[in-house]
Design a protein around this ligand. Sequence first.
Ligand code: ATP
Ligand code: MG
Length: 461
Amino acid sequence: MKSAGRVYLVDDDELILAMLSRTLEREGYEIRTETGETEFIDKIASWHPEVVLLDINLPGQNGMDTLKTLKNDAPDIEVIMLTADDTAETAVKAMKIGAWDYLTKPFNMDEVKIVIGNAIENIKLKKELEYLRKISSSFFDNDFLGVSKAKRELKEKVERIAEARISSILITGESGVGKDVIARNIHRMIHGTAVSSSIPFIAVNCSALPDTLLESELFGYEKGAFTDARKSKKGLFEVAVGGTLLLDELGEMKLSLQSKLLRVLEERVVRRIGGQEEIPVDVTVIATTNRNLPAAVERGEFRMDLYYRLNAFSLNVPPLRERKEDIPVLAGHFLAAFAKEYNKKIEGFSTEAENMLLAYPWPGNVRELKNVIQGMVVLQNTKVIMPEHLPLELRGSAMPEEQRRDERFILPTAGISLDAFEKDMIVQALERADHNKTQAAKLLGVSYDSFRYQLKKFGLE
Ligand SMILES: Nc1ncnc2c1ncn2[C@@H]1O[C@H](COP(=O)(O)OP(=O)(O)OP(=O)(O)O)[C@@H](O)[C@H]1O
Ligand SMILES: [Mg+2]
């Protein structure tokens, strides 16, 4: 029969040891016993039981000290204290030190079985969680990879911010630089590497929802607050309590909502729409944006006070072209990961191919690099990636300067409509950038804001 678990019994009363052993063995547990006259902590630790039943009144020992040593040497073992008196005080003290539970003499055997059963169940759950965490972290490449100075500085800053438990953080940077990755890293660091799935990490894209919907999503509402509010609903701030709320693309949030957000950040309470109660929200708020916020403040599109509040702890993630050392590392990582996923035997890049990766400006940053490599792995069946395997736009950037100038657009003799040409280029840029405006703007060498202006002008929004 498979063992139900290992239980180590420590009591100076041999009669108690015998009685407990008999009962527990019948339940399928493996048992070892100990009267506690000689040193036993090492013996316990080397046998790896799941549970230790420890008498609090061993002769010549302070039960609490023994408990402390045991929890210190073998923290994974659950300890259940055996006490002669039923004073809650001793029990509370023992639990504070780390005991799982306690049992009072004389024992009720059913209770003994239940308490031990619970402890073992708990250990099983912990192990399962740990396993799930391990596999899930290998599925989502959560690590912010890179070797550049910029990446090292970012990592240090992330560590300091996480250690200080800063509760409002701003992450800025172009689209695809890894702002989400960093936000998740901060969350992991604050809550320890072993993030339990019970700690919420909630991400909201502020540009994806219309204003009123975003407001009710974030703050929740009471029944009857508006026509459709048939039941009251928690907002995401409340849902994220104890964890992290990621406000993606905060730069797109409307002014009226910005002031409500500021109030939450300052007072750490939310009031549901139509509600009176102030609900405390202990949440790490991480905002990300690829907009130039100071410029938006200047134009009156972003609240200055909110900007200052968030900017106190801000991380700027530089574009990939400004930290080229990271390109080979990331490219190698993605190549290996996708090769494994698609079962391809691709070993690496030729020097020329790598030089092209380095020369290309990567307007879509790491996301673009990742997509390009995924595309190559899917399409190619080569061992080594050569220049001809790379997409055209990458080969262009490594082209000698004169050759590129040859490719300049020649005005047709009949002339063109500059407006129509411009519009066409904008549409093409949008298509190439997968409708990512920041990236499309980059392709045309204009700022995000002037690109948006152009979109409006041509009615392309
Ligand atoms: N340093 C990195 N190491 C590994 N993967 C990365 C890194 N940076 C970015 N990535 C990957 O690149 C992709 C884009 O990253 P992410 O979503 O974090 O960008 P972002 O800055 O949030 O972009 P956006 O502004 O468009 O939301 C993701 O698939 C992410 O896993
Ligand atoms: Mg993002």
